[in-house]
Design a binder for this molecule. Sequence first.
Ligand code: ADP
Ligand code: MG
Length: 397
Amino acid sequence: IYPGSVDAAGQRATLGVLGGGQLGRMFVHAAQRLGYFTAVLEPDAQSPAGLVSHHHIQSGYDDPAGLAQLAQRCQAITTEFENVPAQTLQTLALARPVAPSAAVVGIAQNRIEEKAHFTVCADVSGVSCAPYAVIETPDQLRAVQVERADLLPGILKTARMGYDGKGQVRVRTTVELAAAWAELGGVACVLEKMLPLTAECSVLVARGWDGQVVSFAPQRNVHVDGILAVTHAHEGNMPPALATRARDAAVSIAQHLGYVGVLCVEFFVVDDGSESGGLVVNEMAPRPHNSGHYTLDACDASQFDLQVHAMAGLPLPKPRQHSPAIMLNLLGEVWFDASGGRREPDWPAVLSLPGTHLHLYGKLDARVGRKMGHLTITGPDVAGVKTVARSAAVLLG
Ligand code: ADP
Ligand code: MG
């Protein structure tokens, strides 16, 4: 699908995305820069992506009329969130190339299938997931209570729909486990052993229809209350041996899935007594990821550029990071002062710091925990970037 082209019927080359959030918005920006028209399917009239797209199809993700319109408008379609109904992607795939596929999104949206995939890949990727057990029935709960004391203390996670630490309960005892499962509604869950994390990191991989694969160096992520707070993307962010292992593992996981598009694989670094620490694969997102936002400002091709290239069948540029970077997520909290009053962050002060790149997503109402934007700091050297990031964090309170 050539950027800027027009077909015999006079329709311009258009790329479609399911979902109107900030990931869709940054995807739309990247597609438009390359000369594509864009279409966003999203029920909300004022969504971050819908506001900046050429076309906004305001419909539910399972509305046949909306999906037909999207397929008619676009030459290729992607998704910006993994909880899109699998049937939606299957329906669209009958009409247009869809990347990533319904099958791999189906795996990524279910922790049970995701962990099974990681386990199958472990021989090749060299990295396993945390010890876990599946709990879908009261019998399985009882069996785990009796036989899997090794998983406690652990984290009970719903198999579906979890994000930003939602749908998770930490449990220490078999009694707490039973209560937690009830609290989560008795839905399909996995109980995962609580690991002694020393760090977390993620790797972005892009793979084309022809199997071409490129990847970014791993970034180190700091979560607060289950939500990404800071991403460190610079030399020295983690031991080089570990970085190489993570990158290789992520690539092999993407290849094993026959993945097309951008995939983010999240890892835990655990204290296993070794010098660099051990690597454990946590989960994967079948899309660009919050931890890859620094690529917009610190690399010569961003994760969103790669998503556009992959889905449109263009060659994938091997991304080169030209600056060290730190990304600070801007959650709704930033718009409130200590006494809970609404405030406007001091952008002039933040933006007068060298190397700051502000991205706001166009969301009007700030709420606690809501991702409103991010700030990436780049610079010529790591020490300088760290200093500016600290100053920015203080200003953002
Ligand atoms: P989400 O889909 O909400 O991102 P995750 O499985 O990534 O769910 O969990 C969110 C965060 O909780 C992780 O980034 C990590 O900080 C912590 N966490 C999750 N699982 C474990 C575990 N097995 N051991 C220790 N910490 C964990
Ligand atoms: Mg996660």
